[in-house]
Design a protein around this ligand. Sequence first.
Ligand code: PLP
Length: 362
Amino acid sequence: MAAEPAPISFARGAPSLDIIDVEGLKSAADRAFTDDPAGSFAYGTSVGYLPLRSWIAERHGVAENQVLVTNGSMQADAFLFSTLVGAGDAVIVERPSYDRTLGSLRSLGADLHAVDIEPDGVSVDGVRAVLDSGVTPTLAHLIPNFHNPAGYSLSADKRTQLVALARERGFTIFEDDPYVELRFTGDRLPTMFEQSDGEVVYASSFSKTVCPGIRVGYLVGSTELIGKVAALATSTYISPSMVSQSIVNAFVRGGSYETSIETVKAALAERARVLSEGLRAELPEVEFVDPEGGYFLWLTFPEGTDGDALFDACAQRGLAVVKGSDFLLDDARHHLRLAYSGVTTSQISEGVTRLAEAYRSL
Ligand SMILES: Cc1ncc(COP(=O)(O)O)c(C=O)c1O
């Protein structure tokens, strides 16, 4: 009997262990526990470990009471949604969008309006069309950099237009930005938050720059909103993990952060290059946009391709992918999301060959 092929996963939006700075984390933990055992091991406060909160506030040029540090940015998202979105409230989401965001909003009973994203980010005309149809959204959830799952980034011009639209039409933009530091080509763009005057709430994370297991993310918004979210955080968990946050604090203040980001970006750039070259060579009929950073490629197969059958054919060849339909509210079936963050370049080349074989087998 032929041996099963070794599994390859393009499914997990997570870094491989080789690009995590384990030594930097060990020494950050040592410093955190030596320098501030009381702060690291006590319950702490619902707004997070105060020295880290102050580092984040300084980086974003805001007051400390505009920042709340959470257990991963997923927790920040959940707190924000529970605070701002009630059953029946209209929320604009991107099409496609992060599956967990869609799930959280659905579980709150939100009335979701999906707007297509283009290679330069969400269609502003699409957002306007939703507003002009009489919908009055509470929130628009947007992933501006190296989108999950699309890999696309929102242009500078669209960022400005969207902030102006939120101001004019009275809705809040939730700028969900965990990948911002992972740009490997092109210039960094101003955030929507920086251009706003209370219309934008911003979230980011240390999952992609330090490691996901540490579970540290954060929310930046108006003092009033952060105060409300802090009250919810207190009643939910007293405080987030002080141990994790004190380690991240020592890591970012000790110089390991910049080095870690450079390591991650260099690996991602190389992996993205190998993946797109492989796809162009082996699957020329598939469309995608080369990402400028981040973890993901969104593949568009010819219309009529059955993504469910393709998923199964990949699985039979030991290749894990994510169905595009997981990120959509409609029934389009001809997309897949590939994550190149957790695979080596040789796994990527082999994975593309398996994907091409799976596609040709349909
Ligand atoms: C768009 C987006 N938002 C939020 C998250 C959650 O990240 P965290 O690990 O900080 O909870 C992710 C993780 O993949 C993501 O892609």
